[in-house]
Design a protein around this ligand. Structure first.
Ligand code: TYD
Ligand code: MG
Length: 454
């Protein structure tokens, strides 16, 4: 019997029975590719015929010590990992091509090696000479990292089995290929098979493996999302072209908090840690101007101050533009709708641009009020009072909800020289806070108090 063709989205790995120009699951265009039918694994008949053996069962109480962790000394990376690298863990580091993944992992590999781990760096993308050149540029040529250039998974697994390094970096998973899989290198099947073999190896030998994955825009190469479910920890390396800031974000972590971020700056000599990101994100801020608002946010376990910029202008088009960078477009539409419905402030016929400065991507609902403030400030052409931070969540009714960790946000703002805050009523304020507070109950109250009658 001929097997039916299978189609897979190379961005999110959704499976469909027919080709489509756009993936229904993730919305990506041109990402659906045909995949060879799965030939491995037992068929129905085989499953019925083969009798498995019973598995060993135990209780939940454990007597084992938690797995050991190793700190590499790059504080930003150690924190994102949840307090260092866990022995025997599988990690995925995803990001756009050219964002600095290879640089980050070479630096991390060198640090872990200097911290005493046996580290191997397998480059499938660049020749060994190129990696050595980068190492020299980064001043890491003397680090005791073992370097190999290879793409054949079988050779890599054989080497790893013989050498048993404590940590192996595979750069990148898309270049690896296994002769047991019929499709081309980079395809969903190849990438999955390679990731599966490598993570299984990591688990069975209790060694750590880091997989590098490029975020891809073309359908022929599978993206890192297709292997996210196989690994313990998923980190994404983000940043804007033209900005030196890079953010390493934990989107999944079996050994630590998700949503933790580490902030780096790309310099001529590699990535430098940024231990005070607020100061960095606010460093580009000029004098207070209409449309600019400082949001006191929380990223992971840390408060981060960042500037929200809005521009509102009469639209020459029949349909006004809504452009967002660093925040959610749907959330912007919601804030605009609430401003119109609850406060009677229309944005129809006005183009709206919203930008989070410094290349940070914000997903916290607590940014709502800062966004609304920036939009109103731009629309009314009136700057907010100087040295003021804003945070709070807006509900569809126009009510304001206090944000978690109010105290930490205020502390960070005070530390950076801010003197006042606009935040919803409720939420604990520290006793030592000298910030002057404006605490509106709802959005209408906020508009009235900050922008006059509105
Ligand atoms: P790279 O780590 O190769 O990115 P990726 O592996 O994610 O594709 O880094 C690419 C960019 O980083 C490249 O454009 C040059 C820049 N870069 C620096 O600015 N400073 C440095 O020290 C290094 C090594 C790279
Ligand atoms: Mg690279």
């Amino acid at each position: 019997m001929a097997k039916a063709a299978r189609f897979v989205c190379s961005s999110c790995a959704a499976v469909t029975s027919k080709w489509a120009g756009r993936c229904e699951a993730c919305g990506e265009w041109n990402s659906i590719v045909e995949e060879a039918p799965l030939s491995s694994g037992p068929g129905k008949a085989a499953l019925g015929a083969r009798r498995g053996k019973g598995i060993a069962l135990g209780d939940l109480a454990s007597t084992e010590a938690p797995p050991p962790r190793t700190l590499c000394g790059l504080g930003e990376l150690d924190r994102v990992l949840g307090g260092g690298l866990v022995e025997g863990s599988a990690l995925l580091v995803g990001g756009d091509p050219g964002i600095g993944k290879s640089t980050l992992l070479l630096q991390a590999a060198a640090r872990f090696a200097q911290a005493g781990l046996d580290v191997m760096y397998i480059s499938g993308e660049e020749a060994a000479a190129q990696v050595r050149m980068r190492a020299r540029r980064l001043g890491l040529a003397d680090a005791p990292v073992r370097l190999g250039a290879e793409t054949d998974l079988r050779n890599i697994l054989t080497t790893l089995d013989a050498e048993r390094p404590a940590l192996t970096v595979i750069d990148s998973i898309q270049t690896m290929w296994s002769d047991g899989v019929e499709s081309a290198p980079g395809s969903v099947s190849q990438v999955r098979a390679a990731a599966h073999e490598l993570t299984r190896f990591a688990k069975s030998r209790n060694v750590s493996v880091v997989l590098v994955g490029h975020v891809t825009k073309e359908g022929q190469i599978a993206g890192p999302r297709v292997v996210e479910h196989m690994v313990d920890t998923v980190l994404y390396f983000e940043g804007e072209r033209g900005h030196p800031f890079r953010i390493l974000r934990a989107v999944k972590n079996r050994f630590g908090p998700a949503d933790e971020i580490g902030v780096f700056e790309m310099t001529g000599a590699g990535l430098a840690e940024v231990s005070n990101p607020s100061a960095l994100f606010l460093s580009e801020r000029g004098t207070p101007s209409p449309g600019s608002v400082v949001f006191a946010g929380i990223e992971g376990t840390r408060p981060v101050l960042v500037e929200v910029q809005a521009l509102v202008a009469p639209s020459p088009h029949s349909q006004a533009r809504r452009t967002v960078v660093g925040w959610d477009g749907g959330r912007l539409a919601m804030i605009l709708a609430v401003l119109e419905a609850r406060c009677g402030i229309p944005f129809a016929g006005l183009d709206v641009y919203l930008n989070i400065a410094g290349g940070l991507k914000i997903s916290e609902p607590a940014a709502d009020l800062a966004v609304a403030a920036a939009l109103l400030s731009a629309r009314e052409d009136a700057a907010l009072p100087p040295e003021t931070v804003v945070f709070g969540e807006i509900s569809l009714s126009g009510a304001l909800r206090p944000a978690p960790q109010t105290e930490n946000r205020l502390k960070e703002a005070q530390k950076l020289g801010f003197t006042s805050a606009i935040a919803p009523a409720g939420g604990k304020i520290g006793a030592q806070s000298t910030m002057s507070l404006l605490r509106p109950a709802d959005l209408t109250g906020f508009v009235g108090e900050v922008f006059g009658a509105g």
